[in-house]
Design a protein around this ligand. Structure first.
Ligand code: ADP
Length: 361
């Protein structure tokens, strides 16, 4: 993942160690996501009461919202060991067979980015999820034989940033699906308070509010910004972090008032300056900012859409009026505001978006 993105999971060992230390260990410590938490808690409690392994669980949503954390909580609440792997790491059915055949009874298998698993592995997973059995194919061509292998009951926890890409048969095999939403500012303040306590940092309420407001609705970013502010405070000899010091620190790291980072601003800026505000196709836009399409689509776009800065239309992405204003450009005539786009999506005839109507494709 590009190093300019504040959303991506850190690659450095220190970063990962801190992230692990800040992870809530049980459902009570997990902030926000009330609906998912309540439903998941019920699923787990019922499994415990029946003395059975929990149903397979799928978590979907943008990066950094707590999917891995919830997988760890599932294992902890079921008092079960946890195995971590990911779709991209499973390129052959044999990779998956090796993992599945070494699971112990009741173990929780976490597969991150499950939408990126190869097709043969995916098909093996269907049978494993449903019947706790896999067929191991030995040999090639006419002499190939399938040896059935019984598996101990296990719980699969899948995570995906692209629920729409999961094939129906895979989606249907999860007993419970939790879609994670962006967090509100007060929820992020709670995340930050908890983290500041663990890191032994002094921050006042206004300081928490300032950092939370710039965290893109994402706990991972909130924690990361908190550490950047901590560094700034240390170097500047600031004992207690307040709104002013948080703001000065985050300005330095190019995280703006709305929480947009460099990638977010690059996307909007390209859309406005290179494509006159759009509409433009996602892959063209990704090329213009030198990023992979998937990164723009899963990392930058969901937040920009939620903030009413970017719109998706049948003809491509458009910069909404708020994006022009936020980047300091005058809003040209004919540019939509969020409300107009909503009207258009609702199918209102008088919508000014008539020229964006799907042209029969
Ligand atoms: P994902 O798997 O969705 O990318 P993670 O589960 O790795 O996200 O979460 C990233 C970081 O954010 C973790 O270190 C964790 O401390 C923090 N975090 C995520 N969700 C919450 C939450 N609801 N409450 C507190 N901290 C959270």
């Amino acid at each position: 993942m590009a190093e300019h993105s504040l959303v991506a999971a850190g690659e450095e060992p220190e970063e990962r160690a801190i992230e692990a230390a800040l992870r809530p260990k049980n459902l009570d410590d997990f902030v926000g996501q009330h609906r998912v938490r309540k439903q998941l808690s019920l699923v787990l409690q019922a499994s415990r009461m029946r003395g059975r392994t929990a149903d397979h669980v799928l978590f979907s949503g943008p990066p950094g919202l707590g999917k891995t954390t919830l997988a760890m909580i599932v294992a902890a609440e079921m008092n079960a060991p946890l195995r971590l792997s990911s779709g991209p790491a499973i390129q052959h059915a044999g990779d998956l067979a090796a993992i599945l055949s070494s699971l112990s009874e009741g173990e929780v298998l976490f597969l991150d980015e499950i939408h990126r698993m190869s097709r043969p592995a995916e098909e093996m997973l269907y049978m494993a999820m449903e019947d706790f059995r896999v067929d191991i194919v030995v040999g090639k061509g006419a002499g190939a034989t399938a040896i059935p292998l019984e598996l101990p009951p296990f719980t699969l926890v899948g995570a995906t940033t692209r629920a729409g890409l999961l094939p129906g048969p895979l989606r249907d095999r999860f007993g419970f699906t939790g879609h994670l939403e962006f967090y509100s500012v007060p929820e992020l303040e709670l995340v930050l308070r908890r983290s500041a306590g663990l890191l032994d940092l002094k921050v006042n309420s206004a300081g928490f509010a300032e950092i939370a407001g710039r965290s893109r609705g994402t706990p991972r970013i909130a924690n990361r910004l908190l550490r950047r502010v901590r560094d700034w405070a240390l170097v500047h000899g600031v004992e207690q972090i307040d709104a002013r010091s948080a703001s000065a620190a985050l300005d330095m790291y190019e995280v703006d008032k709305k929480g947009l980072d460099r990638l977010d601003r690059a996307v909007l800026d390209a859309l406005i300056t290179k494509f006159g505000g759009g509409p433009v196709g996602l892959s063209t836009l990704a090329i213009a900012v030198g990023e992979e399409t998937e990164t723009v689509e899963t990392v930058a776009e969901p937040f920009l859409v939620r903030e009413g800065l970017l719109g998706r239309t049948p003809r491509g992405r458009i910069a909404l009026a708020a994006a022009w204003t936020h980047l300091g450009y005058a809003v040209p005539a004919g540019v939509f505001a969020q409300e107009q786009l909503d009207l258009f999506e609702a199918g209102a005839d008088e919508s000014p978006a008539a020229d964006l109507a799907p042209d029969g494709q």
